[in-house]
Every structure is written in structure tokens, then in C-alpha cells.
Design a protein around this ligand. Structure first.
Ligand code: PHE
Length: 343
């Protein structure tokens, strides 16, 4: 019995001197002490040599040692560690807990979610489509037949196996897919990644994210388009921001416009971001070209619609005053973690 007490004391001391910092240490400990051929089993086996009148006491001692060994293992496993070398005070509950590192949302996701939720409140639903598209949905149906010069505006990545396949250059392709389904009226936004073969710089990348929108019903007017986008801008950037529409050209809309907002950095006074103009462009828009409606089997005499498209990176840069677009795809945690509590 005395020998058993001594043996257990000795093992306890040994164990308390240990720090199990990694998986290997933990596993070695488990095998040595708690395994099927481990020390605990071995000592338990010695119970049979203990005289009958001492069995109860020895049993208690062993049980306590078993609990001690197991909890040492459990605690080490949880990374809590032992702070007091006395069994009675193995856990110091007054110590501060170990905080778990918090992940953060990507700034593009934060802004994407905000854009999407604003349009959802206006009754737009989300439509998605493939990133590998065919020529019809990305170009031809959008009033860009083969050899149309406007195809050059979007440097396209083609897929070598099939000349008809490409990486979509805008999510207008999703709008075509939805229009072809013929469920009218249609009120959708199409968020997603798009690809253009552009030289990567602080202001351009070969892939980026868009949110495009489409509303088709009877009697939709340019006034509806303006009011919708004006609401969006106020929700996104606040009530003080000003907007202006400039005439523009897209083959799939007529008339077409680009929308600028007053520069958030200098409040319209002129700075580097707005190139001293006081305005920054944030999206393209227009009334859906009747030819596009006809291409999708929609009666252009009965229905009209508006469409718009914006780059999420651009809006994110304006929201957080990020000056280099490349930061969004480099996955540098020092950059990304700054957005943990944002918006
Ligand atoms: N598809 C255009 C682009 O990618 C944006 C746009 C969408 C413009 C809808 C007008 C109407 O640049």
C-alpha cells in the first residue's frame, strides 16, 4: 500500500512538471498514461496485490489519480493549461479566457451585401448565372452581333476548346437568361464575378464583381430608373450625396447614361480621386433596347424596361477610400482584418 502511495505521488509530480503544448505531446501523454497499455491500467492491475482491508483506501487513491490524469489531459487538450501545481486548484477560473481569433468579412462581401439588400427592399430578387457563357447571352442577344465594334470595349477571354464560349464580361448575360424565361414583369439584380482581359493596375483587374439590375413591366420609364438609382445612392452613401446623369452609349440600352455621384472624398470640391472634377462615375444604365426585348421573345410594343450595372470594387473603394484595387484579391490579412466591424 505504501509503495502504491509513493508510486502515485511520483507519477503526479512527473505529470505536473509536463506542459503539453502540441498534438504530438498530447498523443504521447495519452498513450503513456491513459492508453490500453498505459500506466493507469498498469497500476489498476496492481490492485489485486493490495490486502483486502486496504482495498477501499487504495481504490479511492487510484480513482483520484485517474481523474487527475484524465483532467490534466483534457485541460491540456483545450489549451487551458495548469496554473497551480496543487490538485485542489488545478483550474484558476479567475484567469481571463483565451479569446478566439475573429474572422472578418471581405470588404467586397460587405459592400456586395449592402447593395443587394437595398435593391431587395425595393422588390428586386437575385438572379444568378454561369461565369462561362456563350456568345449569344454575353453579346449577340444584347444587340452586339459579331463584328460589332462595341465588342472591343470589353476585352474578352475566350475559351480555346470552343470559339462560342467565353468568360462573361458582364452579368447582363444573366439578364438575358432571365428574360428568355418570359416571366413578366421582371425585377432582378444579378450579382457576380466577371472577367475582362485588362492589364492589372491600381484601377483595373482582369476579374471583378458586378451588380447589374433589370426591371421590365408595362410603362416603365426613365423617371423610374432615375428614382430607383437615386434611392440606391442615398441608402448607400447618405442623403447628402448628389447625383448626375450623363448621356452615354451601350448597345443594349437606348437611351443610355452614366451616373456620377458627388465625390465623397472632397465633397465635390475637386481632389485626386475625382480628378479635380468633383464627380465620380459609379454606374452605367439606360432603357432596355427594344431589339434586346425582341431577341428574348418579349413584346417590345407592350413592355419597356430599364437596366443598370455597377462594379462592386469601385463602390467599395469609394466607401472605404481604398486606393488600389489589387488589395481586394491579394488576401493580405493585415488589409482584410480592418473591415471586421465595418458597416
Ligand atoms: N453591362 C454594362 C457593363 O458591364 C453595364 C450596364 C448594364 C450598362 C446595364 C447599361 C445597362 O459595363
Amino acid at each position: 500500500m505504501d509503495q502504491l502511495v509513493k508510486q502515485i505521488e511520483q507519477h503526479k509530480k512527473e505529470i505536473l512538471a509536463l506542459t503539453l503544448n502540441n498534438k504530438e505531446d498530447l498523443e504521447a501523454f495519452r498513450i503513456k498514461y491513459l492508453g490500453t497499455k498505459g500506466l493507469l491500467k498498469l497500476i489498476m492491475g496492481e490492485m489485486k496485490n493490495v490486502p483486502a482491508d486496504q482495498k477501499k483506501e487504495a481504490g479511492q487513491l487510484l480513482n483520484e489519480f485517474k481523474i487527475f490524469t484524465e483532467s490534466f489531459y483534457e485541460e491540456s487538450l483545450q489549451g487551458i493549461g495548469f496554473t497551480n501545481k496543487k490538485l485542489s486548484a488545478l483550474i484558476d477560473v479567475t484567469l481571463p479566457g483565451e479569446s478566439l481569433p475573429l474572422g472578418s468579412r471581405h470588404p467586397i462581401s460587405i459592400v456586395h451585401n449592402k447593395i443587394v439588400s437595398i435593391f431587395q427592399r425595393l422588390g428586386f430578387s437575385i438572379a444568378e448565372g454561369p461565369e462561362i457563357e456563350d456568345d449569344w447571352h454575353n453579346f449577340t442577344a444584347l444587340n452586339l452581333p459579331e463584328n460589332h465594334p462595341a465588342r472591343d470595349m470589353q476585352d474578352t477571354f475566350y475559351i480555346s476548346q470552343n470559339p462560342d464560349w467565353l468568360l462573361r464580361t458582364h452579368t447582363s448575360s444573366v439578364q438575358i437568361r432571365e428574360m428568355e424565361k418570359g416571366n413578366l414583369p421582371l425585377r432582378i439584380i444579378c450579382p457576380g464575378r466577371v472577367y475582362r482581359n485588362e492589364t492589372i493596375s491600381a484601377r483595373a483587374h482582369c476579374f471583378f464583381n458586378q451588380v447589374e439590375g433589370l426591371y421590365i413591366a408595362e410603362n416603365v420609364s426613365f423617371a423610374d430608373l432615375k428614382q430607383t438609382l437615386y434611392f440606391f445612392v442615398q441608402e448607400m452613401f447618405g442623403n447628402d450625396v448628389k447625383v448626375r446623369f450623363r448621356p452615354s452609349y451601350f448597345p443594349f440600352t437606348e437611351p443610355s447614361a452614366e451616373m456620377d455621384i458627388s465625390c465623397l472624398i472632397c465633397n465635390g470640391e475637386g481632389c485626386n480621386v475625382c480628378k479635380k472634377t468633383g464627380w465620380v462615375e459609379i454606374l452605367g444604365c439606360g432603357m432596355v433596347h427594344p431589339q434586346v426585348l425582341d431577341n428574348c421573345g418579349i413584346d417590345s410594343k407592350k413592355y419597356t424596361g430599364f437596366a443598370f450595372g455597377m462594379g462592386v470594387e469601385r463602390i467599395t473603394m469609394l466607401t472605404y477610400q481604398v486606393k488600389d484595387l489589387r488589395l481586394f484579391s491579394e488576401n493580405d490579412v493585415r488589409f482584410l482584418k480592418q473591415f471586421t466591424n465595418a458597416v
